[in-house]
Design a protein around this ligand. Structure first.
Ligand code: GRF
Length: 204
């Protein structure tokens, strides 16, 4: 069994999709903890309902970014994770933290990277006038919203779309590609070669 720790800051719909897929598809893994930097994160209740330790490591009032990440790392590592999954975890991470979880920490970003890093990605896409938009699962590196790309999903940008309609269309895809990517990692089917991620077939 592989151990997965999921970090959230909010509603945690991607975390929920991963927990459900892990249970329903009987992955050789368990979600050993859901950790939030915010006490009011909606996703914490879901974790508790599913008997998953739901832990708050509050970022508010932390002495420094380094001190916070060191404490977060300590709490994560208490669960001996094979994989750390960022699912709407809204923090910029220190290089020491990202280095510690090199090649074993995934993130989902709501754009087709390398386009539209940072916040308000759907508005960025609308402002740029792109015809397709989407989401990206990637390994986390020290550079924000960069790192080897694992999976992407594309959605059309439709006439009349606003930030919300576009976000909803992208989110549907996020809930498909993120659990699939986590499963591929857990099954040992993912190798990182420089910037490129190779995924071997299920029966390879
Ligand atoms: C998602 O759009 C994800 O791509 C981004 O933050 C949002 C989190 O949503 N990183 P949820 O908390 O998983 O519902």
């Amino acid at each position: 069994m592989k151990n997965i720790v999921i970090l959230i800051s909010g509603r945690g719909s991607n975390m929920q999709a991963i927990v459900k897929a892990c249970q329903q598809e009987q992955w050789p893994a368990r979600i050993v903890a859901v950790i939030s930097n915010k006490a009011d994160a909606g996703g914490l209740a879901f974790a508790e309902e599913h008997q998953i330790p739901a832990i708050v490591v509050p970022s508010k009032g932390a002495a420094s970014r380094e001190a916070y990440d060191a404490e977060l790392q300590r709490q994560i590592d208490a669960f001996s994770p094979d994989l750390v999954v960022l699912a709407g975890f809204m923090r910029i991470l220190t290089p020491a933290f990202t280095a510690h979880y090199e090649n074993r920490m995934l993130n989902i970003h709501p754009s087709l990277l390398p386009s539209f890093v940072g916040l308000h990605t759907h508005q960025q896409a609308l402002d740029a006038g792109v015809k397709v938009h989407g989401a990206t699962v990637h390994f986390v590196t020290a550079e924000l919203d960069h790192g080897p790309i694992v999976a992407q999903a594309v959605v059309p940008v439709l006439d009349g779309d606003d930030e919300d309609t576009l976000a909803q269309r992208v989110l549907v895809q996020e809930h498909l590609i993120y659990p699939r990517a986590v499963r591929q990692f857990i099954e040992g089917r993912m190798t990182v070669e420089g910037n490129c991620v190779r995924i071997t077939a299920e029966d390879a």
